[in-house]
Design a protein around this ligand. Structure first.
Ligand code: ZN
Length: 630
């Protein structure tokens, strides 16, 4: 805990203009305030104001505002106390922590973590030194050279690239000399206890090392890339061994959660904010070498699929994400995996596809040597990026498959329907549907689909006529509508009406009743029929009669609601009906979009039916935007 007095002292002594100028170089004095380009949103005309007198900043563009502490929280991802400490250090204010007689649990915890950070920091420096001094370091430098990088490059220094020497105890001995306890080394995953029970050895041996920084720039982990075996090593072995894994990463530790850390975010943070976009690539090396080519808003997940926590981390800096992967299976998988985290966090994600088998760095270098300017070529590629769902849809249609295989075709159509239905934005959904329709037409899948479905249908119709099966929904339809969508919403509406029958007098509620069907519609009809007007003019529901009219299944639901109402007021009920009707309309639209894709391939060739479908789709779209009654 930092005392209130210290916090206000820090606020008073902080020169907010100096603090912000470091991130906003465009900040200029204008009258009594300072004006510059906002670091929180993209703009060409300055609307970011800083007032040295009040110690506050405010942006008229994005409405972001606060004091210096908040600025550091937002811009560096600091926690409140971290921001206060950073400012206190600048202003030369000793931090007075409020404390009791004994150190608190939190303080001990903090001191332990400080020891872990310090050990990582020492290791990073030592690896960097080894890259210069160690006799085998040229092998690591050669690996950098394959990417046209040298230890002198600024990017290589920024990422604290180093060399973990061959041998078992280099780092262990160094840490010991520095007074770092082996338990600390083990806790951050630098050292591994010997199975013999005495002593520790280095986890990273003969590897090119990348330091992984957290959002505050502290080294929290390492990622070590394998190098060719050192000379003489091969002859010592009788039996050939498996090659070592290409990358070894630090295990998770009290200061490192891999799913919540992004490689390169610390180095990329200002560029991400300036470009208002982050680029996600697969590997650490891609991040470093793209930095060296001047593309600096790049990050990579650390050997995992993109996670929600990583998406949240990026969201602090931008809402726009470009996934830069190649078009092979692994790349497609990575895109698929990134869809959900991005959408959950509301990052607007796009996919830019590299030529097959090319990594981003190769792409940039090959274009650079072809004289077209590597970074420019990458920009061009990114300009052609598609939305993630567009990309996934295209993959379903582009990748070679056998469309005469009805099972595969049907699985693909199902996936396409899911991709379309999963899009929440109605306009984008419409665009996706149009894209799917185009692709279906282009590939002549329609013909294949019809061929695949028609025989099954005819067979079924015949069987039904000859009495061998009961006539129910045809199997094709049954698969299209496995169960009525929107059941929950209908239940909520009906429940509200059961509790407040007077809702049926409300004209807006009446308009929503057309959305009900089946049992839900039946209950509402019964409620209307069983409502009596009392002598005093009040409306009352004849509960006994109402329940008597219902079949057992819905009776249970209705009596439960009538016995234990879930809603308090008529207004609450009205809002609930409105909200659920809205959802129901959207669900219905999604279902109709699915059906439309399927319908399209059933009616192709039938011009009038196609025109009718297009009209329906148009009416749907208009209705959705409230342009004409549905
Ligand atoms: Zn702004």
């Amino acid at each position: 805990m930092i005392s209130k007095e210290t916090i206000s002292l820090v606020r008073d002594r902080t020169d907010i203009v100096a603090v912000i100028s470091e991130t906003v170089p465009s900040l200029k004095k204008r009258g009594r305030r300072f004006l510059g380009l906002c670091p929180f949103h993209k703009e060409k005309t300055p609307s970011f104001n800083v007032n040295a007198d009040t110690g506050l900043y405010h942006c008229f563009g994005c409405k972001e505002s606060g004091d210096a502490i908040r600025f550091l929280e937002k811009i560096e991802g600091y926690a409140f106390a971290e921001a206060v400490r950073a400012l206190a250090e600048r202003a030369g204010i000793p931090i007075e922590e409020e404390r009791g007689a004994a150190p608190t649990e939190a303080e001990r915890h903090k001191r332990e973590r400080a020891a872990l950070y310090a050990a990582m920091q020492m290791a990073a420096t030592w690896y960097e030194e080894q890259l210069v001094e160690h006799p085998l370091a040229p092998m690591a430098i050669a690996e950098l050279g394959r990417r046209e990088l040298t230890p002198a490059d600024a990017a290589v220094k920024d990422f604290r690239v180093g060399y973990a020497p061959a041998g078992w105890e280099g780092l262990a001995a160094f840490l010991k000399k520095q007074g770092v306890s082996p338990a600390v080394g083990e806790s951050v995953g630098l050292l591994v206890p010997r199975s013999s029970g005495s002593g520790y050895y280095d986890r990273f041996r003969h590897r090119l090392m990348f330091a992984v920084a957290d959002a505050q720039g502290r080294v929290v982990a390492f990622s070590g890339r394998a190098l060719p075996p050192p000379p003489g090593e091969d002859e010592q072995r009788d039996a050939p061994r498996d090659p070592p894994p290409k990358y070894i990463n630090s295990p998770e530790s009290p200061i490192y959660v891999k799913g919540a850390t992004l490689f390169g975010l610390w180095q990329a943070r200002h560029a991400i904010r300036q470009e208002d976009r982050a680029i996600l690539v697969e590997g650490n090396f891609d991040v470093v070498s793209l930095h060296a080519r001047g593309v600096t808003n790049v990050v990579a997940p650390l050997g995992t699929a993109f996670t929600i926590d990583q998406a949240k981390l990026l969201y602090r800096y931008t809402r726009n994400l470009t996934l830069l992967f190649d078009g092979d299976t692994a790349g497609r998988k990575a895109v698929t995996a990134a869809l959900e985290p991005s959408e959950q966090v509301e990052l607007d994600a796009e996919v830019a596809v590299l030529p097959n088998g090319t990594d981003p760095d190769e792409f940039v270098r090959s274009k650079a040597s072809a004289g077209t300017g590597g970074a420019e070529a990458l920009k061009h590629l990114m300009g052609q990026a598609r939305g993630v769902r567009e990309y996934l849809l295209d993959v379903e249609f582009d990748v070679a498959f056998n469309p005469t295989n009805s099972r595969e075709l049907s699985a693909r159509i199902d996936r396409v329907c899911d991709i379309i239905a999963g899009e929440k934005d109605p306009f984008r959904r419409t665009m996706l549907k149009a894209r799917a329709d185009d692709a279906l037409g282009r590939l002549d899948l329609v013909r294949f689909a019809r061929d695949a479905i028609e025989p099954a249908r005819r067979k079924f119709a015949l069987a039904a006529r000859t009495g061998r099966v009961s006539v129910g929904p045809r199997p094709y339809e049954a698969r299209v509508r496995p169960r009525p969508p929107g059941q929950e919403e209908r239940k909520a509406i009906v429940g509200a009406i059961l509790e407040f029958p007077e809702l049926l007098d409300d004209s807006s509620v009446r308009g929503d009743l057309e959305l009900l069907e089946g049992d839900a519609a039946r209950i509402v009809a019964a409620v209307a029929k069983c409502t009596r007007v009392t002598a005093s003019g009040e409306k009352r529901l004849d509960v006994t009669e109402l329940l008597a009219q219902m079949n057992p299944a819905i009776q249970a639901f209705a009596s439960a609601r009538l016995a234990a109402p879930a809603l308090e007021t008529l207004d609450e009920a009205r809002l609930l009906v409105a909200a659920n009707s809205k959802k129901l309309r959207e669900t219905t639209v999604a279902q109709e979009n699915r059906d439309a894709v399927r319908e399209q391939h059933r009616v192709v060739g039938d011009w009038e039916a196609e025109v009718e479908l297009v009209k329906q789709a148009e009416a749907l779209s208009l209705g959705r935007h409230g342009l004409s009654p549905r």
